[in-house]
Design a protein around this ligand. Structure first.
Ligand code: NAG
Ligand code: NAG
Ligand code: NAG
Ligand code: NAG
Ligand code: NAG
Ligand code: NAG
Ligand code: NAG
Ligand code: NAG
Length: 340
């Protein structure tokens, strides 16, 4: 039974979100036709109209695009088209953009529309941009609302769309030296992250996938950790807890929404603990020549094992092979969360 005041609060909540046009539809990964994503270098794919090494389309100096720009844009697949030397998790779970060369997202069985930008943080309210052309998460969802959705809504059915967010990798690294209470700080980050989720929800999208952090406390000695072993496992876990808490709150306060949180951290720690099961032989280091032109055909020439035997691609990113392993588990998770 609702108390009177509780009911009023609930009614107010429904009214506040009444702009949301879609009735609840049950999520099914098998029936999903579109994946729309936001995030950072772990998620971005190169587009022919993108900023090379950073985006599918545009940058902070040129956020706008029209229907012709968006629909003539192509996903690039080659050694430099992602931050892992090959396909990444969104390309593996959709199968869109996997083949070398150019792919029109509209030709894919599951279309990938990717607005992630390499080097992104959630908002300049908390951490500075990596470059003056970087598009923060908040600006990615604004760009989506203003320019992408008016085009996509002509053929993208929100009821058959999953919206993915993977963000925080840069935030946790960029803020690790701040003199703040991290638990409080991560909760503040989350309130802004979920405003971005709400921006997309208000356009009629119901189904969300939120990815927790990779095991950033186990990256090879690197720039992120220069000056100390940060972020540490405790901080990664705090961020992930804050993400789970806010996901739960969002789900309860947004009728019809389905918010699925994938426990990236537990799964990938499991891979690091039992690498042989996934064909991985090197979890402590990476091949310093990862970006050399013949690294895929002749790794020995650079004194390296094949890149697919490494968990880490470089100091901050996982190999394409690790992304493929992760994608397999994400797909399993999405099937488990499908209705029926
Ligand atoms: C901005 O981006 C669009 C689409 O990507 C492109 O057509 C246009 O030429 C760009 N404008 C500038 C000034 O670079
Ligand atoms: C993109 O990265 C590659 C190396 O991975 C580099 O050769 C190229 O110059 C970069 N492009 C831009 C526009 O920075
Ligand atoms: C990848 O493709 C893009 C776009 O066609 C091109 O600019 C870039 O040079 C290519 N990189 C490699 C390593 O072939
Ligand atoms: C959005 O992008 C502009 C231009 O780069 C930047 O000045 C602004 O701080 C960004 N906003 C947020 C909330 O990140
Ligand atoms: C962006 O930054 C680059 C290098 O840091 C600088 O050369 C350029 O003038 C900046 N652009 C603007 C519009 O501020
Ligand atoms: C990690 O860092 C946080 C914040 O400085 C600290 O409170 C915590 O005790 C550290 N945890 C470990 C395991 O070092
Ligand atoms: C998440 O919620 C639990 C239970 O309410 C609470 O104990 C925990 O401190 C919260 N974690 C964060 C990071 O806010
Ligand atoms: C891991 O890779 C690094 C760099 O290629 C190499 O020096 C090291 O010997 C490798 N370790 C194992 C256990 O294969």
């Amino acid at each position: 039974m609702y108390s009177t005041s509780g009911f009023a609060a609930l009614a107010a909540l429904f009214m506040a979100t009444s702009a949301h046009p879609q009735p609840k539809a049950s999520f099914s990964w098998a029936d999903t036709k579109h994946l729309i994503t936001f995030g950072d270098s772990y998620t971005y794919v190169q587009g022919t109209h993108g900023h090379q090494n950073y985006s599918f389309i545009g940058d902070a100096f040129n956020l706008s695009f029209d229907a012709v720009d968006l629909l003539s844009n192509r996903i690039v697949q080659n050694q430099t088209a992602t931050a892992e030397g090959g396909p990444n998790w969104v390309e593996f779970i959709t199968g869109c953009g996997l083949k070398p060369g150019l792919t029109n997202p509209r030709d894919c069985e599951k279309q990938l529309w990717d607005f992630a930008f390499a080097g992104s943080d959630i908002s300049t309210e908390y951490t500075p941009l990596h470059h003056n052309f970087t598009v923060s998460l908040v600006n990615q969802t604004k760009q989506f609302q203003q320019y992408a959705n008016p085009v996509l809504s002509k053929f993208v059915n929100p009821a058959k769309t999953l919206v993915g967010f993977w963000i925080g990798i840069n935030d946790i690294g960029d803020s690790d030296k701040l003199d703040v209470d991290f638990l409080t700080f991560y909760n503040e980050l989350m309130s802004t992250l979920f405003q971005s989720v709400e921006t997309v929800y208000d356009l009629g999208y119901n189904d969300f996938l939120l990815m927790q952090l990779p095991p950033l406390d186990r990256t090879p000695p690197n720039l992120i950790r220069a000056g100390g072993p940060l972020p540490n496992k405790t901080m990664v876990d705090w961020y992930d807890q804050a993400l789970s808490n806010h996901s739960q709150t969002f789900r309860l306060s947004h009728p019809g929404s389905k918010v699925m949180v994938f426990d990236t951290n537990t799964f990938l720690n499991g891979v690091l603990d039992d690498p042989a099961e996934y064909g991985i032989k090197n979890i402590t280091d990476y091949c310093a020549s990862y970006d050399q032109p013949y690294i895929n055909t002749d790794p020995a020439m650079y004194g390296c094992q094949p890149l697919s035997e490494y968990f880490w691609f470089n100091t901050g990113h996982m190999t394409s092979h690790t992304h493929e392993v992760l994608a397999g588990e994400v797909e399993k998770f999405l099937h488990e969360h499908s209705a029926g």
